[in-house]
Design a protein around this ligand. Sequence first.
Ligand code: NAD
Ligand code: MG
Length: 385
Amino acid sequence: MPIKKITILGSTGSIGKSALQVIEKFPKRFRVAALAACRSDKELLSQIKKFKPDICALRDPEAAERLRKKTDIPVYDGEEGLLRVAAHPASDFVLSAIVGFAGLAPTLAAIKAGKTIGLANKEALVTAGELVMKEARKRKVKILPVDSEHSAVFQCIEGRGYQFLKSIILTASGGPFIGKKKKELAAVRIEDALCHPNWSMGKKITIDSATLMNKGLEVIEAHHLFGVGAERINVFIHPQSIVHSMAEFVDGSLLAQLSVPDMKAPIAYALSWPERLPDVITPLVLDRMETLTFMEPDTKNFPCLSYAYEALAEGGTMSAVLNAANETAVEAFLAGSIGFTGIPAIIKKTMRLHEKKALSGVSAVIEADRWARETAAGLMKSGKK
Ligand code: NAD
Ligand code: MG
């Protein structure tokens, strides 16, 4: 078995670090070919020393300059630098794990360079799903899901014939505020929102999980990855996070994928697909497991999920607008400038103001993203007056 050469975009983040743990455990299977991050030069330097990539990049030019003084490998910077790392000729597989819209361009660059993609950066599919999937088909590039729900669905349906698939059921933990009403949600603190009951993740996705926007983004992601209409994608709250998602078939059978909640499992499956690596995570002990429960999501108090279905039905640039308004509002919440219920309010208002355009190309997505960020920021400013 030849060694697979891996590039990690977003190597200093939660997914990036978990991926490096998997790679470290299987030195005969994987080698790190290239790494990229935003501005964490110290963390990247320690990764360079340990994993010895050929090249690396930091988005932030000052951080890149600091790193250049401490390493002999080429350090690229800016967006150009990220694109260069994404297309690094020596690499076979690119793990796309940058957070947010910033992950779109490098993901597309990796696809254009013909790399197999392990996709954690769901925002690339949310904002430009049709374009990304079209490019992947054109280049015959495989996109392997890393998001745990999509990895679960992929494992349940692969090789089974799409004509027998009836629906996809995405599970959601529900986040830390499950059962709370709007009034209580308006008063939650940033540190409470950052305290996810089952998963340890980056800040942005942790807030997305608390608002249920993460599940909304995942509905759109599933639509593009599996080519299934929104009416056949359902969401259930499953607070134990043991069933990572399910596929329903026409005969009434449900197939599910279960494990302890640990992102190393879907990361390792994407890295090793179609094979499986031994002892990646702690196995489930069935007779010590909690009772598994499933319930309908509360979209009255957590409306972000409904906004994602609306954006998907609307089509064109609307999902890019949903995503950009969400990124802007989450940043503002984390900075303490708006409250928790301000997040859905800003997204809704921004979407209402948007005149949808066709997804003619990446430039239409970039323009919609820019417009939505500006509009959402303007709404927050005028709301304060
Ligand atoms: P994180 O915040 O922990 O890490 C983000 C990484 O991206 C860091 O390495 C950071 O340096 C880099 N980055 C951020 N902005 C950048 C920019 N402008 N240019 C270049 N690099 C940039 O995030 P995370 O939790 O690891 O999530 C990464 C992606 O994976 C997100 O799209 C998230 O939705 C998805 N995801 C994460 C999890 C999880 O468990 N953390 C699960 C499923 C999906
Ligand atoms: Mg997920």
